[in-house]
Structures are given as structure tokens and as C-alpha cells.
Design a protein around this ligand. Structure first.
Ligand SMILES: [Zn+2]
Length: 374
């Protein structure tokens, strides 16, 4: 970093109790620092992008003679590592064209705002997204918005997997399709629409029906992130979990159960897997008042543009977090957002893999699990 400058959205404010707030007012980003002697405020005041690091240190040592130079450097480092500081002398990255920099300029502002660690470049998120290869499995309500958001955000290679054709009952919640597409393969309509939204990235698709773990394994091996936006067949989440565990591929899933959006994100080898978490959740409900319907009846999927849109947007957000580490979401757990109460929460999390988990603890499909390889 050559000329450190506090990010505009993190502008510090001095509070009445003598402390300093930095990072704005958004929970999760804002931070309060006690500052009884005015040292923090003075340090922040020098970080306006007009001084080099050496000039900042020299000036502060002169103004605070009792404070060792090493302490000044340490405190400056803390602010940089916490993501509050950018480099005012940063050059535009050569990897991004001027057209791309213009296109993603607002995305860059948001990712910089949300970044909670120091980064090499203010364009780091956009550079990482541009290098990423993502497959979206299932282009229905969730997958349409997930794929759209990922294409809009500049994921470099986006692949869509969906075997069905567009039906009239899809249109209220599946945002990539129009009345003109009725009866047409969804994947063709989706790829056409996504390419119209962003021609700077590579978008492909295939009308593949996933009928077993081998097909999922082949997809997981080709991509950096798997976005599972399909819930059929019933084993598809387990297949995805095992395929991604075997290949070390990060993955997310998202969907909706009526008004509740359910989603989760996983980095294989860094903690419990989806099956660990799902088994723990089932155990939690065993013997409790977990409801069972009295009469089985055919269910019609309930969903509209809002439930599908929220689900798809959260799938894209979590996938982008896995690629960019912004904002740095806790992984290997399940989340929910409730459209009735407008409350979101972690619904299931474990600290460590379960010893009885077949995916974390045994070989599968001829691959050693990532845990075994480490
Ligand atoms: Zn597991």
C-alpha cells in the first residue's frame, strides 16, 4: 500500500463518549474503538491518501513522541487488515478493460464497502469473479435469479443445467423466461437471455437430467463453485455434497419451503459437510414435536416471484462470497429467511464433522475425501 486512505464508506466519526466509530453504521461492518488520548483520531486523520506510509509514521511519531514507531506501524496495520483502508495511488487493473470497469463500478463500491479484511486491490472481487467458473444446476425459480445475478456480476464462466421446457405456470416466478419461450427448452432460453444481459462473459448450458452421483461428480470436477437450485430427485443434495467433497469444490444450495427460504454454503475440508449438518438437524427433531401430516397428499410447489427471487439472490450472494470472501460469511451451515416474520437466522450449525458421517469419514466413488488427503 503506497498512499493509505480510509474508505469513503468507512469514514470515521468521533462519538460523545470519546470513542471513534469507523466503518459506517451497518451492523457487521461498523467498529467502535476507545480513544481516550486522541491517538486513534489522529492516526485516522493522517489516512487521507495524501501521505505515503513512511510519511504517516514520521508525522505521528513527531506528534506523539512517547509512542514508538513500531506501535504506529502496528496500529496502521490493524486498520489495513480490518478492511478500512484503500490505496489512493492504486492503478486500474490491466486485467479489466475500461468497459468492464465502467460496467462493474457500482459492484466494486459495494464489495469494497463489505470487505472486512485488507485486499490487494479495490477491484479484487471483480477480478476473482471474472476468473471463476460456476455451474447452476436447475434453472427454475431459484436458478433463474441465481444465474441472472451471477451473470450480471461478471462471473467469467457460467454454465446452466436444466432438462425441462418452459410452461405457463413457470412464468410468475422464473425470471429468465417470457411468453415467447413457452414450450421451448429452458436452458436455451436461459442462455439466450443471460448472453443478452452480459456479453463480456462465457455462458453455456446443457439440457442434462441428473440421475445419479456420477453426473454430479463430473460437473463438480469442472467448476470452481456449484450452485444447486434443484430439489429433485430427493437425493440430489447428498449427491452434490459427496461430489463436491470428493473434488474439493465449494458449493451452495438454495430453495424455498413455502414462505421460508432455505440455503446453505459449504467449503469441503473446512468443517462439517451438508450431511453432517442435515443429520444433526434430523437428530434434533427426533422424538420432538416435529410435525407429521396426518394424510399424505400430492403437493403442488408453492412459490411466487418474491420467494423465488429471494432464494435465487441468496444463492448468488453466497456463491459470490465463496469466490471473493466478501463479506466473509460463516460457511458449512444452513440458513433460513422467513417471509412471514422477515427474520433470517442460522438454523443449523456444527463445530466439527460428525464421526459417523459417511462423506467426511470414508472413501467415496474411488476418491479419498478431502479430509483424508490432508
Ligand atoms: Zn460430513
Amino acid at each position: 500500500m503506497y498512499r493509505p486512505r480510509i474508505k469513503a464508506k468507512h469514514r470515521p466519526v468521533r462519538l460523545g463518549d470519546g470513542s471513534v466509530r469507523i466503518g459506517g453504521t451497518v451492523p457487521g461492518i461498523e467498529r467502535r474503538i476507545k480513544d481516550p488520548d486522541g491517538w486513534v483520531w489522529a492516526l485516522l486523520g493522517t489516512l487521507d491518501g495524501t501521505r505515503t506510509v513512511d510519511q504517516v509514521v514520521t508525522e505521528l511519531v513527531h506528534r506523539f513522541p512517547g509512542r514508538p514507531e513500531a506501535e504506529v506501524i502496528r496500529d496502521l496495520g490493524v486498520l489495513i487488515q480490518a478492511g478500512h483502508v484503500e490505496d489512493a495511488a492504486e492503478a486500474a487493473p490491466r486485467e479489466l478493460s475500461s468497459r468492464e470497469r465502467e460496467r462493474y463500478s457500482r459492484c466494486r463500491e459495494l464489495s469494497e464497502w463489505m470487505a472486512r479484511v485488507g485486499r490487494r486491490s479495490s477491484w479484487e472481487s471483480e477480478l476473482l469473479l471474472r476468473q471463476a467458473r460456476v455451474v447452476v444446476i436447475g434453472i427454475g425459480g431459484t436458478g433463474s435469479i441465481a444465474a441472472l445475478n451471477l451473470a450480471q456480476s461478471g462471473v467469467g464462466e457460467l454454465h446452466c443445467v436444466e432438462p425441462d421446457v418452459v410452461e405457463l405456470s413457470n412464468l410468475p416466478r422464473q425470471a429468465l423466461f417470457t411468453e415467447r419461450d413457452l414450450g421451448q427448452p429452458k436452458v436455451e432460453a436461459a442462455v439466450r437471455e443471460l448472453r443478452a444481459r452480459n456479453s463480456d462473459i462465457r455462458i453455456t448450458g446443457e439440457a442434462l437430467t441428473i440421475t445419479g452421483p456420477a453426473a454430479m461428480l463430473a460437473l463438480a470436477a469442472r467448476f470452481d463453485v456449484v450452485v444447486l437450485a434443484a430439489d429433485q430427485p430427493a437425493e440430489i443434495q447428498t449427491w452434490t455434497n459427496r461430489a463436491c467433497h470428493a473434488t474439493g469444490t465449494a458449493w451452495v444450495h438454495a430453495g424455498y419451503h413455502g414462505p421460508q427460504i432455505n440455503y446453505g454454503l459449504y467449503r469441503p475440508g473446512t468443517g462439517p459437510c451438508y450431511e453432517c449438518v442435515a443429520t444433526a438437524e434430523r437428530d434434533h427433531h427426533t422424538g420432538s414435536t416435529y410435525p407429521e401430516p396426518m394424510v399424505a397428499r400430492e403437493e403442488i410447489q408453492a412459490g411466487n416471484a418474491v420467494s423465488a427471487g429471494m432464494s435465487g439472490a441468496l444463492a448468488a450472494h453466497t456463491a459470490m462470497d465463496l469466490i471473493t470472501s466478501v463479506p466473509g460469511l460463516p460457511v458449512n451451515r444452513e440458513y433460513a429467511f422467513n417471509l412471514v416474520t422477515l427474520v433470517g437466522d442460522v438454523v443449523s450449525a456444527l463445530e466439527t464433522p460428525r464421526p459417523d458421517c459417511p462423506t467426511c469419514c470414508v472413501y467415496w466413488l474411488g476418491f479419498a475425501s478431502r479430509r483424508d488427503r490432508l
